[in-house]
Design a protein around this ligand. Structure first.
Ligand code: NDP
Ligand code: 2IT
Length: 447
């Protein structure tokens, strides 16, 4: 898509000021493509240079993370926290531990988080962090020492009213435990609201573990309802086999669909009888092994090493692994094979070429910043519970999550209509998220 001529110079400046950060450029471009019509209705946003300001992080922290591995060798990683925008609340967003992490990845994620968090309707700003640390093959002790070193620097930048990190790729309950323990020790504060995704015995919220996958599935369910359709009897493909993927597969099954394939970065499993989720949980959550182990238990299932999961025909596709995992060709294949809905559990999993294919085909396409907002929304519910030292039941919390996802869907749908792009959830999500943060920035003056 073309960028409006008033917005084009802003995008050029982002390219010049952030050389080499290709994922950040991609995320900015996708939002800026939607904003031309917003400036027509809201000239005050141009007067106050809101787009220019929102593209510049409020604060970017990069730090050394030294730690000692099990053989006694000193290792050095790089840590990041990008505090992107605090117009709507404390910086909020996950931390990613993956060898591919560099500033451009954290900035793309932090930028998207501003609009996602605005869409939840809850008081949270946008931020993201992480490290190029690779948790694969590391012992629990190594992960602990790394997390302790990481927090020994990070603690001075975060706080329940300042910046509240959580999990993302490579960061789950185990890592949040080590990070929280070190924060508590250094600060001498039992400050539950400083991190989310905590264990249930020490300030965590029920449903947070399930929230991103459940939320993404609720979002797709809403998109299907608009088309007088449902998950009942649908064949689904869910990439990844981590936190988001597992609880997407679980909710799809509860809503009557069948997931026939899931993956990790080495290959994918195809099980025409439907993925046995208890086995996946055992392999991934308990044993921390590779997904290919699934085919050792079920001889009828196929493991395709190095294969492309989007070759598997399905009616609903839910990319839940990583950025740019669906390119233009994959998108064409999905549409040709009869896919009618795509819900992004992952952040920016579809390339711009892929998005164009989905939009041109007019299938139901739910972009990540809307569809996967259930995770961070439930983090905000965890913060609410921490603030009043309360803990809610599973059913109540899940109902809150479902209502939030319904609201996000309605907001995106109605905003797309209002701006002359009916059915385009990309336009709807970008504009609705942007306007909310922009209004607050105008109110605050030039800061
Ligand atoms: P996990 O670490 O639990 O799982 C990640 C899964 O994706 C693994 O199966 C992993 O395979 C696969 N994967 C990761 N990187 C790559 C890669 N470069 N190429 C191929 N496969 C890859 O992470 P989550 O499930 O938490 O996160 C998945 C996605 O969802 C991410 O995009 C994340 O940003 C997004 N997300 C997460 C939220 C959350 O609450 N956790 C909230 C909103 C979005 P392998 O083990 O082989 O690396
Ligand atoms: O991308 C995301 O929204 C997350 N990884 C969850 C962030 C959070 O603060 O719960």
């Amino acid at each position: 898509m073309k960028i409006d001529e008033k917005v084009e110079p802003i995008y050029k400046e982002v390219l010049d000021r952030n050389p080499g950060e290709v994922e950040f450029h991609q995320a900015v471009r996708e939002v800026l493509e939607s904003l031309g019509p917003v400036l027509v209705k809201h000239p005050e946003f141009a007067d106050h240079k809101i787009i220019e300001r929102i593209c510049e992080p409020e604060r970017q922290i990069i730090f050394r993370v030294p730690w000692v591995d099990d053989s006694g060798t000193v290792q050095i990683n790089r840590g990041f926290r990008v505090e992107f925008n605090s117009a709507l609340g404390p910086y909020k967003g996950g931390m990613r531990f993956h060898p591919s992490v560099y500033l451009g990845i954290i900035k793309f994620l932090g930028f998207e988080q501003i609009f996602k968090n605005a869409l939840t309707g809850l008081p949270i700003g946008g931020g993201k962090g992480g490290s190029d640390f690779d948790p694969k093959g590391k012992s629990d002790d190594e992960v602990m020492r790394f997390c302790q070193s990481f927090m020994t620097e990070l603690y001075r930048h975060i706080g329940e009213n300042t910046d509240v990190p959580a999990g993302d790729i490579g960061v789950g309950g185990r890592e949040i435990g080590y990070l929280f323990g070190q924060y508590k020790r250094i600060t001498n504060r039992w400050e539950a609201g400083v991190l989310t995704g905590k264990g249930l015995d020490w300030g965590g919220s029920l449903v947070r573990t399930e929230a991103t996958g459940y939320g993404a599935t609720f979002f797709v369910d809403e998109m299907l309802k608009v088309r007088n359709d449902s998950f009942e009897g649908k064949k689904c493909v869910v990439s990844g086999s981590g936190n988001v993927s597992i609880y997407t597969i679980e909710k799809i099954a509860q809503l009557g669909g069948t997931t026939v394939a899931c993956s990790d970065s080495n290959g994918y499993i195809y099980d025409e009888k439907g993925i046995d989720l208890e086995l996946v949980k055992q392999i991934k959550e308990v044993e921390r092994r590779r997904i290919k182990v699934y085919a050792e238990t079920y001889k009828h299932a196929k493991y395709i090493s190095g294969g492309n999961i989007w070759d598997v025909p399905c009616q609903v596709a839910m990319p839940s692994a990583t950025q740019n995992e669906i390119n233009g060709k994959d998108a064409e294949k999905l549409v040709q094979n009869g896919c009618i809905a795509v819900g992004e559990g992952a952040n920016m999993p579809t390339t711009p070429e892929g998005i164009k294919v989905f939009l041109d085909a007019k299938i139901a396409y739910g972009p990540g910043k809307a569809a996967n907002a259930g995770g961070v929304a439930t983090s905000a519910l965890e913060m609410q519970q921490n603030a009043c030292r309360d803990s809610w039941t599973f059913d109540y919390t899940e109902k809150r999550l479902q209502d939030i996802m319904k609201n996000i869907h309605a907001t995106c749908y109605e905003t797309a209509d209002e701006y002359g792009a009916p059915g385009n959830y990309v336009t709807g999500a970008n504009i609705a998220g942007f306007i909310k943060a922009a209004n607050a920035m105008v109110a605050f003056g030039v800061i």
